[in-house]
Unconditional design. Structure first.
Length: 355
């Protein structure tokens, strides 16, 4: 799926990127050239226009190269997917720039006060992956009118999503974590900025402004699946590195043979879960292509398989890492970086919340 030479060029600076907590310029140049920040942006808007199944397989392959690389591309491509809910006249111009990158937050931690022409927005949001390279930021806000929160039919506050330009936000350099360091997931804030109505949107199939099936696919399952394949990719990378480590060891000790057996069993089970996951995703995608919507039972199946895949991927690494030896705990080693990355990713609430 990814050319071997390109994969090698992305992997080579991964250690440097982790150390500086920032993707390298060489990595970013490849990402922009390959249009990976725009996996789900239509070809008509200078994107790749991938289907969800194809996009997920691409994200898995990228996460297998490096966790921070895959996570950054996944989260930023998730944000550029919002082009399907914004005015095409607006986004069509934005995506003429080959280095456009969206980032943001799903947290509801802003207030947007309605005005005649749009909104006055203030708020602060954490964990905007790829913040140093983002040309635009997205965020969610409760809506306020005449000094009161706007509520829906059941009294629940109404919220909308907003698109900010980089010049409108203040980025706070506060990303200092154990892993996924090169994702540079900094916080950002805005204070009393005027945002025109055209840069306010709702992420819902009924609010889609573009015809692609990706914009009719429920965003919850879209997000769950993209995070799941990132964890999968990191686990597959871990198994690959572990196999190389085992091959370097001399002698057929009982401990080594047991390690080989555990690794083989874990790998086989991971492949079974991977197969079930993609079957569920492919079925849901075919359903939306055929019927324009996905049944609730099928969506629940996609969510369930996403959780199973992510949880076992983490368990696999947790179970096998103690057998790697002290050398694998050394800072700067690939196994150490994968361990740190996958357990930092595990803190994302989406796949940890029981459903």
């Amino acid at each position: 799926m990814i050319n071997q030479h390109i994969a090698a060029a992305l992997a080579a600076p991964a250690k440097e990127a982790d150390a500086q907590a920032l993707l390298t310029q060489a990595q970013l140049d490849i990402i922009c050239r390959e249009k990976w920040f725009r996996l789900f942006v239509p070809v008509s808007q200078n994107g790749l226009g991938l289907s969800l199944p194809d996009g997920l397989r691409m994200e898995e392959a990228l996460a297998k190269i490096d966790g921070s690389l895959g996570w950054t591309i996944t989260l930023c491509s998730g944000a550029t997917q919002f082009t399907g809910y914004l005015p095409p006249a607006l986004t069509g111009e934005i995506f003429k720039n080959d280095r456009v990158c969206f980032g943001g937050s799903g947290a509801l931690s802003g207030i947007a006060r309605e005005t005649k022409d749009g909104y006055i927005v203030s708020g602060a949001w954490k964990y905007a992956t790829g913040a140093p390279y983002c040309t635009h930021f997205t965020a969610n806000c409760n809506i306020e009118k005449d000094g009161q929160l706007v509520t829906g039919a059941q009294g629940i506050p109404v919220y909308r999503s907003f698109l900010f330009t980089r010049e409108e936000v203040l980025v706070h350099n506060d990303w200092d974590t154990m892993g996924l360091r090169a994702t540079a997931s900094e916080s950002f804030s805005v204070s009393g900025i005027e945002v025109p109505a055209e840069r306010s949107f709702m992420i819902h199939p009924a609010a889609a402004t573009l015809p692609g099936a990706i914009y009719r696919y429920p965003f919850l399952q879209f997000a769950e699946t993209t995070l799941a394949v990132n964890t999968l990719g990191m686990a597959l990378h871990f198994l690959e590195e572990l196999e190389q480590l085992v091959q370097q060891k001399s002698g057929k000790t009982a401990a080594l043979l047991l390690m080989l057996q555990k690794t083989q069993q874990a790998s086989q089970h991971l492949q079974k879960l991977r197969s079930r996951f993609y079957t569920a995703v492919d079925d849901s995608w075919n359903c939306i292509l055929k019927h324009g919507a996905v049944s609730e039972s099928l969506l629940q199946r996609v969510s369930g398989q996403s959780r199973l895949l992510a949880q076992f991927s983490r368990k696999l690494v947790a179970d096998l890492y103690p057998g790697c030896g002290v050398a694998a705990t050394q800072n700067g080693t690939v196994l150490n970086r994968i361990f740190r990355d996958i357990f930092t990713a595990s803190q994302h609430a989406l796949l940890n919340t029981p459903r």
